[in-house]
Design a protein around this ligand. Sequence first.
Ligand code: DQA
Length: 153
Amino acid sequence: MSPAVPNARNRVAVLHGANLDQLGRRPAAVYGALTLPQLETAISGYAAELGLHVQFFQTNHEGAFVEELHRLEDTVDALLLNPGAWTHYSWAIRDALEIAALPAVEIHLSDVGAREQWRRVSVIGDLCVATIAGKGAEGYRDGLARLREELAR
Ligand code: DQA
């Protein structure tokens, strides 16, 4: 296991959007049974295995998510983001992600491509180096691994 050294191009912000604080109350068959704190514990474990330093943010307010993206440019090297439903329509979050100009992976717990038509649209996907969906908490490991590859370039 590599040590997670801050400031070595290994700092990843994990951003959770609307309703992800309600994991545990949302349908477990779709989103898994973990609460958000349990998911973050799992993500911290994956990050430690990969030698990455993670920080977490969750909000149910679109403007707060935008402003967090504005703030992150100087403090992290990459983004792993699950904007929840905003993924499918928030042009403000798309613009803020473009402004952040950091390598980003879009992540979803559920298989958004196999659900309702409106969930198949992502307004951020083309700004991201990868999209991972339908792998539950494990998907976050894949997302972090993909970002580590990107940061090693
Ligand atoms: C989600 C999928 C979105 O469509 C939904 O609105 C969410 C969670 C996921 O992780 O599967 O809130 O992003």
